[in-house]
Design a binder for this molecule. Sequence first.
Ligand code: HSE
Length: 438
Amino acid sequence: MTQNQIKIGIAGLGTVGTGVINLINKNKNEIIERTGCELIVQCISASNKNKQRSCDVEGINFYSDPIDMLNQESIDIFVELIGGESIAKDLVVKALEKKVHVVTANKALIALHGAEVSMLSLKNEREILYEASVAGAVPIVKVIRESLSANNIEWIAGIINGTTNYILTEMLISEKSFDTVLQEAKDLGYAESDPSFDIGGVDAAHKLTILASICFGIPLNFQSIYVEGIEEIELEDLKNARELGYIVKHLAIARKKDTGIELRVHPCLVPKTRLLANVNGVKNAVVINSDAAGSTLYYGAGAGSLATASAVVSDIIDISRSLVQKANYTIPFLGYKNIIPENNISKIIDVETRYYLRIKVTNKPGVLADITKIFGKKSISIESILQKEDAEKDVNVPIVLVTHKVIEKNIDEALNEIEKLDVVKDKIKRIRIEELNS
Ligand code: HSE
């Protein structure tokens, strides 16, 4: 390492990679003043050298194979921005084995292979930092690992997928169907051409895996997360929820309870008055409830070129500072010195929430009595009922019910029974309600 120059190699030159190069150039002086060192992008790798790019790559060594880049270049920090699992993991492993520090924005890599790469990082005494893997520009990993380190965190709830938040927001504002808004999101470049990980909740679950581990000191455990996407949400439900005083959001929730840790990703009705209910479009936001700090909220851009680069470059700066000072970086990979094996993750059937239900029924006397009888048998208490359609005209009408708190297992059993009634016409729509107040 040249004195006060940190040499960087970047694999992946898409939106984020381009942003990293631009940000390092744009704020070169600011970074030198803050850190006492200059960040030099020495080499980059991307599949197509001649692709038109919105960053200046002149003078940077180019490789079409990132393995070649790692083999041939001598760098201080390897920045993995390819994403996905296979090649990205191989590269990170290779970099650590070569005793090169790693910065990544790859949530799938950390969520699924974090334990393995962190062992390698310890063994080789090189860091792997991943701030950009969750909520883009929002500095949530540092906040949890460092700023809230004196706290017992009770729960965390976040809107951590911008695509789903954009779709839910736009459906309600423009009164459009899910399919129409999804296509618009693709056209605008918000949703991936294959958006299944976004709308199906997997992207948010990768991020929640990381958040839950650094909040509670538990192992990264993607498989234990209950995942539901927004594919089944209809405009009718968003409007009904608004009428009842709620906004539907796709939330990632981790909550420590006496009975176990809840890890779940699914759509929720959130009271209109909560800050999270007012986070719109592609923005991300995370609320953390902890014993000393109380409730704190973090909000900002969950994706985007310079926005995500802000998180990536802050990790590069953290490593650079310790390199310049010849000091060890001291924050443990998951924020805990000791990660305690945790086998007390609650099953979704044991989770207790209130419920929004929409049941399409034949419009005739006695139907409601049949339904409420089944709820009564399962000790499910109904808080409110809404039926808006003109009963004279409609043969089938939707009944909207809000329940008091109920264990998931009981609602499953009740809804199975109700769906078997002749008067019930469709699969019942159900969305959990989260008050987010305790
Ligand atoms: N696809 C993600 C989202 C952005 O829609 O929020 C990157 O994590």
